[in-house]
Design a protein around this ligand. Structure first.
Ligand code: ATP
Ligand code: MG
Length: 563
C-alpha cells in the first residue's frame, strides 16, 4: 500500500474529485510552502501529509517551495533542516527545490504591470501612519496623500526603490484597491517593502522584497499549482490572492482552499515562540526532545510512520479544534508495541543478594525479544547471585495490596525464578544497601511445585553484567494544556519537564544502533539519544510511557511522579 492511499476522504479531496469530473486531464499540483525561518513542527507535518498525499493519490505532483520573501529571519540552516524533515517524513518533492525568490524578477514585472494599470502606487507614509490610515473593523480607512500619483511618477519611484535610493521604511509599493473595504486585507495592502538585507538565494541583488500575499499567488500560478492549500487564517487573504491574479497577465489561476491548523495540547506550534524557547535557551535547541519540532520528535524516537498515522487520524477539516496529546501518543505506542524489541532496564537501582546461590552462580537464560513476534529472535541474559531491581519494586512496609517484593513475600523475576525477600542490609544512614533474598531454584519457567501462587512479576538485571546508562524522562514543557492561550509562555514552564535518572541496562545493549527504539519492560519505550550518547555512556530518551497516564492531572500533582 502506498503511504497515503489510505488517507481519509476530506472536503479538499471532494473538491478535487469535482474538478476532475469537469476536466479529467488536469494534473493535480500542490505545494508545501514553508518559510525558512525555523524548523518544521508537527503542525507542518499535517500540511505536508495533506499536500504530498493528495499529489501521490491523484498521480499528480507536489512541489517544495520556500516562501523566502523575508531574508532577515531566514537561513540556509533552516532550509537544510526543512528538506531533511520532509524526506524523513517519507515524502519526495517533484523536481528541484523551488523558491519564491526564483521569481523575483517576474514578480517585479507584474508589479510594474499593476502600476501601469493604475492599480498600485508608491506610498511614502511611514509604516506607523500606514497602520493608522488603515482604520479598523469599525473605522473606515483613509486614502494616503500619495495614492493619486501619476502612473509615470509611480514607475519612476518604484524603480528608485529598487535602486536603493530610498531608506528602509520610507517608501513601499501598495495595491490600489479600496480603503473602505470591510476586508482589512483589501485596504491597499503593501506589495513591496525595502530591506537592505542580503538574501540567502539572491545575495545582494535586491533591496526590495515582495510581501507574502503578492509573491505567493504569483509563484503558485507560475509553477502551475492547481490547488493551493493553506490554513484558515489565510481565509481573507484569498481575496487578495484572487485580486492579484485577476489583474495581471498570467495564464494560470490556482484556487486557494483553507483547512484548520493543528493545535496540540501542551505544545507550542508557532515558530516565533519556538524561536524564543531556543534563543533564550529554555530548551537545548531546535531538536530538543521536549518540543514538537520534527527534529525534536525524531531525536526523541518517534517514527515517521507514527506521525503520518497521527496526521491520517486527525483528518482535515475546516473546524478549529485542539487535539489531545494522548492521540499522538497512542499512534506512537501502537507503532512501538509492534516494532520495538523488549529488553530490561533498571532506572533506579537497588541491589539484591540471593543468599542460597553460590557466589559464582551463573545461569544463561534464552529469552524472547518480542512476546508476539518470534521473528524478532531471542537473546541471552545472565542470571547471577547479585542482581538489580527497581527501588519502587520493593516495599519495607507490609501492605497486602502490594504485588511486588516485600519481606516474607514472593515475587517472580521476569524470565527467571521466584524469589522471597528475607531481610535488608542498611548503611549507617539507614539506607538500604542490599535486599537479602532466597530463591526457589525449581521455578525457572514453571510455577512452584506445591501449588503456591506467585502473582507479582518484576524486572531485573545481573549486577555483574549490567551496563550503566542514563535515562532522560520527558514531561510536557508547559503546565497548561493550552500554552498558546497564555500571554507569556515563560510563566507556565514546567520545571520538571526533564527528569534524569542513572541506572542500568542489559549487557545485550552494548552495540545497539542509534535509531532503534526499545521497550524497557514495565518502564516504557526508549531510544538512544543521538546527541548525548557516546560509546562508554549510553543515554536513553523515553519516547513514551507504556500506558496513557492522565495528563489532565498535571496541574494538580507534582509533575514527574511515576506511573
Ligand atoms: P508558524 O505559526 O509555525 O510560524 P507558519 O504558518 O508561519 O507557521 P510556514 O512556514 O509559513 O509557517 O508554514 C508552511 C505551511 O505549513 C503553511 O501552508 C502553513 O499553513 C502550514 N502550517 C503551519 N503551521 C501549521 C499547523 N499548526 N497546522 C497545519 N498546518 C500548518
Ligand atoms: Mg507563514
Amino acid at each position: 500500500m502506498s503511504k497515503s492511499s489510505y488517507y481519509q476522504n476530506n472536503f479538499i479531496r471532494q473538491i478535487i474529485d469535482k474538478d476532475l469530473e469537469k476536466d479529467a486531464t488536469t494534473v493535480v499540483r500542490t505545494r508545501f510552502p514553508p518559510e525558512p525561518n525555523g524548523f518544521l513542527h508537527i503542525g507542518h507535518a499535517k500540511s505536508i501529509c495533506l499536500n504530498f498525499s493528495i499529489a501521490e493519490d491523484y498521480k499528480g505532483q507536489c512541489h517544495l517551495r520556500f516562501d523566502d520573501t523575508n531574508p532577515v529571519h531566514e537561513s540556509l540552516e533552516f532550509i537544510r533542516s526543512i528538506k531533511e524533515d520532509v524526506q524523513w517524513l517519507g515524502f519526495q518533492w517533484h523536481g528541484k527545490v523551488r523558491y519564491a525568490s526564483d521569481f523575483f524578477e517576474q514578480q517585479y514585472q507584474y508589479a510594474i504591470e499593476l502600476i501601469k494599470k493604475n492599480l498600485a502606487y508608491v506610498d511614502e507614509l511611514s509604516p506607523h501612519l500606514i497602520r493608522e490610515y488603515r482604520g479598523s473593523l469599525k473605522v473606515a480607512g483613509r486614502n494616503s496623500p500619495y495614492r493619486n500619483r501619476s502612473i509615470a511618477e509611480n514607475i519612476k519611484l518604484f524603480s528608485k526603490m529598487r535602486n536603493g535610493s530610498f531608506a528602509e521604511g520610507s517608501a513601499c509599493l501598495r495595491a490600489k484597491i479600496n480603503m473602505d473595504s470591510s476586508f482589512m486585507i483589501l485596504r491597499d495592502p503593501v506589495l513591496y517593502r525595502i530591506k537592505f538585507a542580503d538574501h540567502h538565494q539572491t545575495g545582494g541583488k535586491w533591496c526590495i522584497y515582495p510581501m507574502y500575499d503578492f509573491a505567493h499567488c504569483i509563484s503558485d500560478a507560475l509553477e502551475g499549482i492547481t490547488h493551493s492549500l493553506c490554513t484558515l487564517e489565510f481565509q481573507d487573504n484569498r481575496r487578495l490572492y484572487n485580486w492579484v491574479l485577476n489583474n495581471i497577465t498570467i495564464s494560470a489561476h490556482p484556487k486557494q482552499y483553507e483547512f484548520s491548523r493543528l493545535n496540540l495540547e501542551y505544545t507550542i506550534l508557532s515558530k516565533r515562540h519556538l524561536n524564543r524557547l531556543v534563543s533564550e535557551k529554555i530548551v537545548e535547541g531546535w531538536d530538543d526532545p521536549r518540543i514538537f519540532t520534527l527534529s525534536g520528535m525524531r531525536r526523541r524516537g518517534y517514527s515517521a510512520a507514527s506521525i503520518r498515522e497521527f496526521c491520517r487520524r486527525i483528518g482535515v477539516t475546516k473546524q478549529d479544534n485542539i487535539i489531545e496529546i494522548s492521540e499522538l501518543e497512542s499512534c506512537v505506542r501502537e507503532d512501538l508495541n509492534k516494532n520495538a524489541p523488549r529488553t530490561m532496564a533498571v532506572l533506579d537501582a537497588i541491589k539484591i543478594l540471593i543468599v542460597n546461590l553460590p557466589d559464582n552462580y551463573e545461569k544463561m537464560l534464552n529469552v524472547p525479544n518480542h512476546p508476539n513476534n518470534s521473528g524478532m529472535g531471542t537473546r541471552i541474559i545472565p542470571f547471577t547471585k547479585e542482581i538489580y531491581i527497581d527501588r519502587s519494586d520493593f516495599s519495607e512496609e507490609k501492605n497486602k495490596n502490594y504485588k511486588r517484593l516485600m519481606i516474607g513475600k514472593e515475587v517472580r523475576l521476569r524470565y527467571a525464578c521466584v524469589i522471597k525477600a528475607e531481610s535488608v542490609k542498611k548503611d549507617h544512614f539507614g539506607n538500604i544497601t542490599d535486599i537479602l533474598c532466597s530463591c526457589d531454584i525449581n521455578t525457572f519457567n514453571k510455577n512452584p511445585d506445591d501449588g503456591r501462587i506467585v502473582t507479582g512479576v518484576i524486572h531485573w538485571i545481573s549486577y555483574r553484567y549490567a551496563l550503566s546508562a542514563e535515562f532522560r524522562l520527558y514531561e510536557p514543557l508547559f503546565t497548561s494544556p493550552h500554552p498558546w492561550a497564555t500571554e507569556d509562555i515563560f510563566t507556565i514552564l514546567n520545571p520538571n519537564s526533564i527528569i534524569i535518572k542513572q541506572g542500568f541496562v542489559e549487557s545485550s545493549m552494548k552495540n545497539i544502533k542509534i535509531s532503534l527504539p526499545f521497550q524497557f519492560e514495565r518502564e516504557g519505550y526508549f531510544c538512544i539519544d543521538s546527541v548525548y550518547s557516546v560509546p562508554n555512556k549510553l543515554v536513553f530518551n523515553r519516547i513514551v510511557r507504556l500506558r496513557n497516564t492522565q495528563l489532565k492531572k498535571l496541574t494538580q500533582f507534582p509533575i514527574g511522579h511515576n506511573n
